[in-house]
Design a protein around this ligand. Structure first.
Ligand SMILES: N[C@@H](CCC(=O)N[C@@H](CS)C(=O)NCC(=O)O)C(=O)O
Length: 210
């Protein structure tokens, strides 16, 4: 029997999009539940459904899994997108952790209001994003000429996470992406991958741009 999956989050890409991309690329059927902030206010108290008190959660055959990266790593292993051996897995993990740090920073800035925001944006675009972007570029270059995927010859969760981060950058901070032509080219290749392209066309418009 195929497993049943229900992924609950807000109507954002945020910390759930990586798992949604994994589902799309693996052709998996799942319930893509998107709670409004008002609904979450009342639902949050349900310890059984939301044991850690935050989203996303994945219900797999009725069993709840929390923590976005735990969910994504689990799905990647289930779908054969977590690497073929320990060396690949370590590399994939390192890339994913770097992406997750960038995502955390971008979420923090997206939720910021008031006077501190312009400075935070400036610091992110001019300082904090530079080293991770340089490292991500180097990792891509290390695999062949940097014209394919990040690890080996097969798409992995690392490719999906980098793609998702580049998509955020393309929308919010295009100058960062244009300064990294290899990653821009990677983004442009990935957006044409048929299963990802089909998902991007059909996914709902998000409530907040993150
Ligand atoms: N480390 C957690 C962080 C989860 C998290 O911060 N979720 C936020 C949305 S991105 C949330 O549920 N906020 C609502 C709340 O805390 O009530 C993960 O990666 O899943």
């Amino acid at each position: 029997m195929p497993k049943t999956y229900k992924l609950e989050y807000f109507n954002l890409r945020g910390r759930a999009e990586l798992s949604r991309l994994l589902m799309a690329q693996a052709d998996m059927k799942y319930e893509d539940v998107r709670l409004s902030f008002a609904d979450w206010g009342t639902a949050k108290g349900n310890q059984e459904k939301y044991p850690l008190g935050f989203l996303p959660v994945l219900e797999e055959d009725g069993k709840v899994i929390s923590q976005s990266m735990t969910i994504a790593r689990h799905l990647a292993r289930e779908f054969g997108m977590a690497g073929q051996n320990e060396e690949e897995m370590v590399m994939i993990d390192m890339i994913c952790e770097t992406c997750n740090e960038l995502l955390s920073k971008m979420i923090e800035i997206a939720l910021m209001q008031g006077e501190a925001k312009p400075n935070a944006v400036k610091e992110f675009t001019e300082v904090k994003s530079l080293l991770p972007m340089k490292n991500i570029t180097t990792w891509l270059e290390m695999n062949g000429k940097g014209n394919g995927y990040f690890v080996g010859e097969k798409m992995s969760v690392a490719d999906l996470f980098v793609f998702s981060i580049m998509e955020h950058l393309a929308g919010k901070y295009p100058n960062i992406l244009t300064k990294h032509p290899l990653l821009q080219a990677f983004y442009e290749r990935m957006i044409k991958e048929p299963k990802l392209a089909a998902w991007i066309v059909k996914r709902p418009n998000q409530d907040i741009d993150i």
